[in-house]
Ligand binder design. Structure first.
Ligand code: SF4
Length: 251
């Protein structure tokens, strides 16, 4: 017997996926909110998730890798953090569980925003995974990242603390995102989470992983000067493209 197609809202514990869920549930009240468990989110993301679930009156379906416990587990056992072809944490903790969970006719709902680069990334994702049925309701409704933050607050929800700290997205703040190369991102991560930074810096040294780039040169993150600027850090989006291509948002 063929299994029925479902509507899967990919939940990331951030503001954009909340708005995607809110918009999608209006049209598909039986949709599932699905999160790939990385065991790598900041504790306040889980607080936001619990608040959002109460507001939406839905539970989260959590899916996870059958081989790895966490992003950290992937990095240490694979002895690799990230490279030009992508990040193994994405392929192991996000893509593999998604492939195991999805059915051929499911509709996949994503929280890509109407900001130009995010919309381009969504286009790229649909071209890469052309076999998927996808929908980006924020793009259809013209909701930008800034607009998504406003909608969350208007709904009476307290945003994950990472936004007020200056991070452009809330992903993987237990370790910092291994795909991030911007020294401003790592300087900000070190400022807010010095112990987590030290742990990732030590593993990077052990693996020879020069995660950042300063003046065009690959450097270890513990080489970033103590007074390095932290404003407007760039961190790549973490989605199914991370493992499929080295394209990271630049045109
Ligand atoms: S956000 Fe970064 S560290 Fe986390 S799974 Fe994605 S690529 Fe890996």
């Amino acid at each position: 017997m063929t299994e029925a197609p479902r509507v899967l809202i990919w939940w990331s514990t951030g503001a954009a996926s909340y708005v995607a869920a809110k918009l999608a549930l209006r049209q598909h009240p039986d949709a599932l909110l699905v999160r790939c468990d990385t065991d790598n989110e900041d504790v306040d993301n889980y607080r936001f998730e619990a608040d959002a679930c109460r507001r939406l009156n839905r539970d989260i379906t959590t899916i996870r890798s059958t081989e790895y416990r966490s992003v950290w587990d992937v990095w240490t056992r694979r002895k690799f953090i990230a490279g030009r072809k992508g990040a193994p944490c994405t392929s192991e903790m996000k893509v593999a569980p998604r492939l195991a969970f999805q059915r051929p006719h499911d509709l996949h709902v994503f929280g890509y925003t109407a900001d130009r680069l995010d919309a381009l990334r969504y286009k790229r994702m649909t071209e890469t995974f052309f076999e998927l049925h996808t929908w980006a309701p924020l793009i259809d409704n013209g909701v930008t990242k800034f607009g998504a933050l406003a909608i969350v607050e208007r709904d009476g929800l307290e945003l994950p603390r990472s936004y007020a700290m200056g991070f452009p997205n809330a992903n993987c703040l237990e370790t910092g995102c291994g795909k991030a190369t911007d020294p401003k991102y790592w300087a900000l991560f070190r400022y807010h989470f010095p112990h987590r930074f030290d742990r990732t810096a030590a593993l990077s040294r052990q693996l020879g992983a020069r995660l950042t780039r300063i003046d065009g040169e690959r450097r270890f993150i513990d080489e970033i000067p103590a007074d390095h600027p932290m404003l407007d850090p760039i961190v790549p989006a973490c989605d199914f493209l991370c493992a499929a291509t080295d394209w990271d948002g630049d045109e």
